[in-house]
Design a protein around this ligand. Sequence first.
Ligand code: KIV
Ligand code: ZN
Length: 500
Amino acid sequence: MSDRLFIFDTTLRDGEQVPGCQLNTVEKIQVAKQLEALGVDVIEAGFPISSPGDFNSVIEISKAVTWPTICALTRAVQKDIDVAVEALQYAKRKRIHTGIGTSESHIKYKFNSNREEIIERAVAAVKYAKRFVEDVEFYAEDAGRTDNEYLARVIEAVVKAGATVCNIPDTTGYCLPEEFGQKIKYLMEHVDGLSAGKAILSTHCHNDLGMATANTMTGIINGARQAEVTINGIGERAGNTSLEEVTMILKCHRGLGIDTNINTQKIYHTSRMVSSLMNMPVQPNKAIVGRNAFAHSSGIHQDGVLKNVQTYEIMDPKDVGIDDNSIVLTARSGRAALKHRLSVLGMEMEGEVLDKTYQAFLRLADQKKEINDDDILMLAGADRTAAHAIQLDYLQVTTGMGVRSVACIGLDISGEKFEASASGNGPVDAAIKALKTIIHRQMTLKEFTIQAISKGSDDVGKVHMQVEYDGHLYYGFGANTDIVTASVEAYIDCINKFKK
Ligand code: KIV
Ligand code: ZN
């Protein structure tokens, strides 16, 4: 019989901390429902005390989701726990995730405290949380750089206080795989409550040195029975361990004898949905879900794969939900076909929202013969700009080789119309200069990336921008078959987010 590994998804908490990738509550509910369909055991829905938005998201996700446990993060502070309890009131299964830093630098610089006091605070937080919920997870922040002997004392104390899961985060992504595996082994051997089955250990690895998945795996091999992961490995800095990598490693290496509840055939759609809603492209060579993950381009590989796929493929792309024959929609497809495809992709749409998306679909299908899943996900997220005060009315650009580009732009600012024109070094430069003659602000373009959604010269281009204004960075997104228009849309998206 194989062992069960619990999958704790923190896309909506640790993953969502990526600057510029924040989701609204409706989008978070969509992701949460898709995570439920994917089969995750625990959804970390937010850090309720951190903002009213997070508080509200935990409430709404708790109402929307049935099977997975809903988890809320807190510091080892009573007020945080009180707010988390309130946010979790509608969850059918609930967990409080509380904790404190345990490494020397956290104890000394963050808390100006000492080891004994940290243990007392950890125990007090777990006991307090236990008054409200049965399932309490404790995290020892920066456990990766905490010495094992002290860490074992902390974990022993919180298990005695009632913690059901003990999270051992490598917060800074510092550990080597061997070192992290040994840490888990040490705790398994030295903490009484663990061998007695009173609590399980959890891994929570960051990817600063590119070792998050390797560390998670050595943690699991040495006894951890929960892994904290995100879709596409998103997360602050270099990100967290990716759900798809851990689950597919366990599927490919059956000999490890460890199973998850993940329906791996839903991995690809979930990855695309999160990427699209967060406007965060997946790198083409990303393991499992990158565009090139199953593309064999060298002659020797192609020859081998044609003779027998097992020569160069360790997994069947269908196992992660990549189906080359997946339906493409065209301008002849009806509303019902679009609704069905959206539903397969995890987006339930009805009424007016469906009508709007269908109209956008028809406009795109006029420009582009075949509409694929990525296009549909992009269209499903397009409605976000509808409430913006500044909208692009029209854009006309003259450009070419050996001539200076000229752009004419029309903006609608809260119902009032403005027009301007300017010349520039290229079409995007000209268009942004024209825009700046209408919006007189000291803003600087800091980052600008253009990515085609799939392939073909009629493809939709996705543009991500970072604009600096008044000491802050703002992130914007635009998508259009015309990349100059997509660029201007992304710039306007940034401006709409300015705080003043
Ligand atoms: O990385 C970390 O230490 C965390 C904890 C708050 C669990 O995200
Ligand atoms: Zn983290």
